[in-house]
Design a protein around this ligand. Sequence first.
Ligand code: HEM
Length: 459
Amino acid sequence: MTGSDPTLPPKPPARPDRVSLWRYVRLFKADILSAQPARLYRAWMAEFRTPFFRSFLMNQPDLVKTVLKERPDDFPKSDRIGEGLKPLLGQSVFLTNGAQWKRQRRIIDPAFEGGRLKDTFPAMWAAGEAALARLERQVARAEGRAIEVEEVTSHAAADVIFRTLFSIPIEHEVAAEVFSRFRAYQRAQPILNLAAFVPLPRWVPRFYPRGTRANARIIRDLIRRLTAERMTAIEAGTAPDDLATKIMTTRDPVTGEGFGTEEMVDQVAIFFLAGHETSASALAWTLYLMALYPEWQERLAEEAQAMVPEFSGMSRLRLSRDVFREALRLYPPVPMMVREAACPERFRDRSVPKGSQLVLSPWHLHRHERLWDNPDGFDPTRWQTENGKQCQREAYIPFSAGPRVCTGAGFAMVEGPLLLSMLLRRFRVERVAGREPVPVAHLTVRAKDGIWLKISRRD
Ligand code: HEM
């Protein structure tokens, strides 16, 4: 927690500056955020040298720019990051590199372009309405007791994905099973785990927790059913005009080929995983911040009165957007990203050997004490200040940056403010004394024991 200042949003404790490697490994396994020393909030670059590997945390805007935007081909995604996810995600765009990755992006990106985004709006709105109805029942059942909101936002975000991708709600039999099996998988196999940072030689066999492979197979079988049914509908000319149809009918302008069934299954799996965990985490933290800063909550509730079920109405939710953006700064759902140096480099006059792990940390960059005014404070008005504008350009990467930027960034920036405004128009959220959430990084930045809030109807 943030020292003794109750007015600041919760921040995990830092570890002492010097600890033994084994202690570091233990801390890291528990939570990658509190495993780091406080100096990383001030450092431009830091090196972790262990007997087994070297990694560098890059915290300087121009170095981040070099790696992500200017020379991305020289800093591919480390294979390690996908270790735990391979059985589930196969050759998904999240894990691939080089020519294969470029081809996949050429097929996927058109589905997420601005114009198409507008087409997904009715499905997002319907998911918001469904979330309100569910919460209504939950609030009535709770009779004033606290409600865990990560569960609420997870359900809502999963519903958004199924409705926008396949035009089916989360209650659909296959969707519901995919959702519950994904949870079991994630609990056993976080996206960012120790393996991502510790290079294992290729000959070391990979052990997955019991049930991981079997669960991955079942999830893939379910997704395969959805894609096969969709292919039949596309061929029959009866397919709905949603993201799945768009992606499955797009041909790569360079090769003229589209995705085969297995490759499409890989992509659907990552859309579901990347698209629902992240949005759910961001929305849950935003709701907590609204409970912490009730004056902002009231402003958003008021702004939401003018909301209309049309895409064009999104431009009116300006405060909601600023608040959501600030929540993504303080609690970036993907706290760290790993890349690999494909050739030897020299950064800040230090030699970075070929094969080194480069860690880009939205978590630290977004709270960098030498870049941001009031780095740990919650201030949605910062985006209108000189410092805020400059930092947004140079030190704000919740969706990464450059050609490998999140495909769903525009989608998420509609979904987040929309659901936030819909929820706050109907409900009021309040903190529960003694249950302040502590951020920890599992798959995404989550609260150690959930985020508990008292929720009541506004009227
Ligand atoms: C608040 C919500 C979201 C956040 C903060 C977020 C963040 C990110 C980040 C940081 C990456 C880069 C990871 C890396 O390079 O290691 C990424 C990649 C990706 N995201 Fe998102 N994301 C969000 C929502 C979504 C949504 C809604 C979708 C799809 C519907 C999506 C699909 C993807 C995909 C496919 C990639 C892989 C892109 C590539 O490697 O080329 N994300 N996301």
